[in-house]
Design a protein. Structure first.
Lengths: 91, 142
């Protein structure tokens, strides 16, 4: 069972927790797939810019985990400025 | 929806054969973690091979270390729903993710390895993280 993946043929980021910079909004969630120009994320935390600075949101997500605001998010690829694994961020 | 038990059994055994006690009900969890004193590790197992496929061997490597938590427990996310939810209730402000690993002392989480800290890492890297936490939190002063 070690290393066994139940969903072969997946995108290289499938299952990886990513940070998506979409301009005014930032999302942290598990990348699922890209389908018909839409980036599909699961179990997504949404940064509320009026509540906390973005860096604080990312630091908390990294330290305490992803607080799920949305079970699913479909975001147009054209809105995505950057998409990086959460684990690669130095916060 | 849980996977068939037949498919999950090897994943359970990959952890329990290390001497990790499986907690399959909420009362099991309360008996293990309620009023807990000393150090305990809770491994939240998962079917997803993206991360759990390296988390389990990472745990196995870490448990070869000379300094270990006093108690070793596991729950299976997505399979043993009740016990997993109850275990997570002991993790305080740490958000649910699976697989994940909590290192606790006297009922308080001291170190938490989230799923995103496992993704893309080798078993050796995961083990190194755990071993560093064991050295920091589980060594007994003499």
């Amino acid at each position: 069972m070690t290393g066994h993946v139940f969903h072969p043929g997946h995108h290289e980021l499938h299952g990886v927790t990513v940070v998506v910079d979409a301009g005014a909004r930032t999302f942290v969630g598990r990348f699922d797939r890209v389908e018909e120009g839409m980036v599909q994320l699961l179990n997504v935390a949404v940064h509320d810019a009026t509540a906390t600075p973005r860096e604080e949101f990312l630091r908390k997500s990294h330290t305490f985990g992803v607080r799920v605001d949305l079970k699913h998010l479909a975001l147009p690829e054209s809105e995505v400025r950057s998409l990086v694994p959460l684990s690669e961020l130095t916060t | 929806m849980p996977y068939s038990e037949m498919m999950v059994k090897p994943m359970r055994e990959e952890v329990t054969r290390l001497g990790v006690q499986e907690l399959k009900s909420a009362p099991d969890v309360d008996a293990a973690l309620g009023n807990e004193s000393g150090t305990a590790l809770v491994f939240v197992n998962s079917v997803c091979g993206c991360a759990a496929g390296t988390a389990r061997p990472g745990l196995a490597l870490a448990l070869k270390h000379s300094i270990l938590p006093q108690k070793l427990y596991t729950v299976f996310a997505g399979q043993d729903i009740e016990s997993t939810q109850r275990a997570r209730s002991y993790f305080g402000e740490y958000q649910p993710s699976s697989p994940s690993i909590a290192l606790m002392r006297d009922g308080e989480v001291l170190h938490f390895v989230h799923r995103h800290m496992i993704e893309g890492r080798s078993p050796e890297q995961i083990a190194a993280d755990l071993v560093a936490a064991f050295d920091k939190y589980c060594a007994v002063a003499v």
